[in-house]
Write a protein that binds this ligand. Structure first.
Ligand SMILES: [Zn+2]
Length: 285
């Protein structure tokens, strides 16, 4: 935009009739250029055309058009983010019930859940330092819920997380060729966080143990965090029954901080509450 002196203004007024105005535009008497009826801002500018010793009067966007474009872009980015999160959840939490393992659904009964929240808050550091968790303790003490809450909260931040278990992985590997198995296992390391739920329930065949070792060893070499939940006792993990187990548990203990779940069985409590509620429904009035 150049300064509008008398000569420039004469040029503008001479040219003004050439451009067609849309309904929300007018020629402003102050500078003779096209303005926006909504915000009054310029929709046209004037520049020197040194080649032809004349002027150019190209269109430009007024402030309200700029603002509308900014909002359109922001809405588009938000939509893309929501779509990405939706895809990550569908891909990373294939068992639908895991979608409900969220901090919003936490009943506040388990004080350990503070640790899950802290892990999410410190995620960047956990990722950088490759710090995982080993959640161990009795059945039904909320280990999977704990891990699922971390998974959902990180997915909400668009972090790629996979929560699965060894039997599912073995199922997927069945019938694959060796190189496809290797590719599948190494693809698990594309996820920033891998959660292996319920380790130790799988059948301890030589094949199963070998695949389990490959998954955990590959994860360990990727230097990305791993969270494991297991009903095994810490004693069993520290003193494994055989070498095949020992090298798996060694890898886990190297990078996963142990968290003991004990005491109240949350599933039993939930089942009792459900039973109580059902009693009310099915008993005659
Ligand atoms: Zn405008």
């Amino acid at each position: 935009m150049i300064e509008i002196n008398e000569a420039v203004r004469a040029f503008i007024d001479k040219t003004a009739g050439d451009t067609e105005l849309s309904e929300d535009e007018y020629i402003d008497h102050s500078d003779g250029l096209i303005h926006c009826k909504k915000c009054g801002g310029r929709r046209q500018t004037i520049l020197p055309d040194s080649l032809r010793h004349s002027y150019l009067m190209p269109r430009c966007v007024c402030p309200c058009q700029q603002e509308a474009e900014k909002q359109r872009k922001a809405a588009e980015e938000q939509r893309a983010l929501m779509e990405s999160i939706r895809r990550r959840r569908a891909q990373g939490l294939q068992d639908r019930y895991l979608h409900d393992f969220t901090f919003a659904n936490d009943n506040g009964q388990n004080p350990l859940m503070e640790k899950a929240r802290a892990y999410v808050e410190n995620w960047k550091e956990a990722y950088r330092e490759n710090t995982g968790l080993l959640l161990f303790g009795d059945v039904g003490t909320g280990k999977s819920f704990f891990a699922g809450c971390i998974a959902n909260a990180l997915i909400d931040q668009d972090v790629p997380v996979l929560m699965t278990n060894i039997p599912s992985i073995l199922n997927r590997l069945t019938g694959m060729f060796a190189e496809d198995r290797a590719a599948f296992i190494s693809a698990l390391d594309d996820y920033s966080l891998l959660i292996l739920d319920d380790l130790g329930v799988e059948r301890n065949t030589e094949y199963a143990l070998e695949q389990m070792f490959l998954v955990i060893d590959s994860r360990s070499r990727s230097r990305k965090p791993l969270i494991v939940t297991t009903n095994l006792k810490l004693e069993e993990i520290k003193n494994p029954p055989a070498l095949a187990h020992a090298r798996i548990y060694d890898r886990i203990m190297e990078r996963c901080a142990p968290v003991l779940f004990s005491g109240r069985n949350f599933w039993e409590e939930k089942a009792a509450a459900t039973k109580e509620a059902a009693r009310g429904i099915v008993s005659p009035k």
